[in-house]
Design a protein around this ligand. Structure first.
Ligand SMILES: Cc1ncc(C[n+]2csc(CCOP(=O)(O)OP(=O)(O)O)c2C)c(N)n1
Ligand SMILES: [Mg+2]
Length: 362
């Protein structure tokens, strides 16, 4: 006979108590699947495409850093350099027609990985009317309903419950979509994150929570701020399976994304993925980064760089150095055209101050 819990108030004894040791749900099952077969088997052309997208983000961000230095970008600007394999690997597995993405303020890379034109992103950074948010959002507040990219959020952690809301809409509308909500290791310590985990698991919402563990929240290293630094375990209390992924290896990221998506699309509810990565630049453009040594950053660049890693693999697969050089030239040209476009586009009209203040319906 199963043990039962007695409700003291009503005297009913109908709730079975399952001892924790007899839990039939294996929270490590997705991780085990990944361990069994860690990397997506990309052919030469597929890997080249992923490499190109990562390179595009890297060159875009380097250019954004330059334009910021020239005073052409106002407000905050958080670069994604070092983390490229995360957005590229994950988003390459999404269905662009159905799935939605939401992230924080370090958002340019996610938009580029979604195939959004670098011109309109750069124009947004420089506050021009042609920008994706009409030049009124800037670096942290980019948005595109058309691409199902729901920001761009400056409030740390806000994208987690908002992401659960997107997932609720997918389920409610039965549109087959999955929401992907990215947030940082610092954001992962917020209360709202766990409220969202609970609801998402309770209602089996189609969402992948992605913790981009870049080892720092502004100037604070993870082990100075987090009691549990294995972030993939943080969903256990809500019965959300976790996965720990090398966020510097685009093929491992892609494989992990496929495993997670299969589970979520089958109606099982959320997955929590921790992507171990690293940001090379400061938290934002105004960060002198005194909390870590140059050697630490250089060490990661030398040993774990996601782009160099993919490049070496392409060469091993027989891709010619000339093809890679040509690709680099093409990407550089694309980025310099985006910068020229941004610099030469007009600013928004003054009347735009009064539009888009309140969105009543979209
Ligand atoms: C609610 C809230 N608290 C604090 C801040 C200030 N702030 C901006 S970024 C940040 C650190 C976040 O770090 P993490 O989540 O690891 O993301 P990362 O910047 O590393 O991508 C903080 C505390 C904020 N923007 N919003
Ligand atoms: Mg961080």
């Amino acid at each position: 006979m199963p043990k039962t819990k007695t409700d003291a108030a009503s005297g009913t004894t109908d709730t079975p108590v399952t001892p924790a040791t007899q839990d039939d749900f294996d929270l490590g099952s997705l991780q085990q699947a990944l361990e069994g077969d860690k990397r997506y088997k990309a052919d030469k052309e597929e890997l080249l495409k992923l490499y190109e997208q990562m390179l595009l983000i890297r060159r875009f961000e380097e250019k954004a850093g330059q334009l910021y230095g020239l005073g052409l970008i106002g407000g905050f600007c958080h670069l994604y350099i070092g983390q490229e394999a995360v957005a590229v690997g994950l988003q390459s597995a999404l269905d662009g027609d159905k799935d939605s993405v939401i992230t924080g303020y370090r958002d340019h890379g996610h938009m580029l990985a979604y195939g959004i034109d670098p011109k309109v992103i750069m124009a947004e950074l420089t506050g021009r009317a042609a920008g994706i948010s009409k030049g009124k959002g800037g670096s942290m507040h980019m948005f595109s309903v058309e691409h199902k990219f729901y920001g761009g959020h400056g409030i740390v952690g806000a994208q987690v419950p908002l992401g659960a809301g997107l997932a609720f809409a997918h389920k409610y509308n039965e549109d087959g979509g999955v929401a992907m909500s990215y947030f940082g290791d610092g954001a992962a310590n917020q209360g709202q994150v766990y409220e969202a985990f609970n609801m998402a698991a309770l209602w089996k919402l189609p969402i992948i929570f992605v913790i981009e563990n870049n080892q720092y929240a502004m100037g604070t290293a993870v082990n100075r701020s987090s009691a549990e630094t294995h972030f993939h375990r943080r969903g256990s209390a809500f019965r959300i399976p976790g996965m720990q992924v090398d966020g510097m290896d685009v093929l491992e990221v892609r494989k992990a994304a496929e495993i997670a998506l299969e589970y979520v699309r089958a109606g099982n509810g959320p997955v929590l993925m921790e992507l171990n990565t690293y940001r090379y630049r400061g938290h934002s453009m105004s960060d002198p980064a005194k909390y870590r040594s140059r050697e630490e950053v250089q060490g990661v660049r030398d040993k774990r760089d996601p782009i160099e890693h993919a490049k070496a693999e392409l060469v091993e697969l027989g891709m010619s150095e000339d093809t890679l050089k040509d690709l680099d030239k093409t990407v550089r040209k694309q980025i310099s055209e985006a910068a020229d476009f941004a610099e030469s586009s007009p600013e928004p009209e003054m009347s735009e101050l009064y539009t888009d203040v309140l969105v009543e319906r979209y």
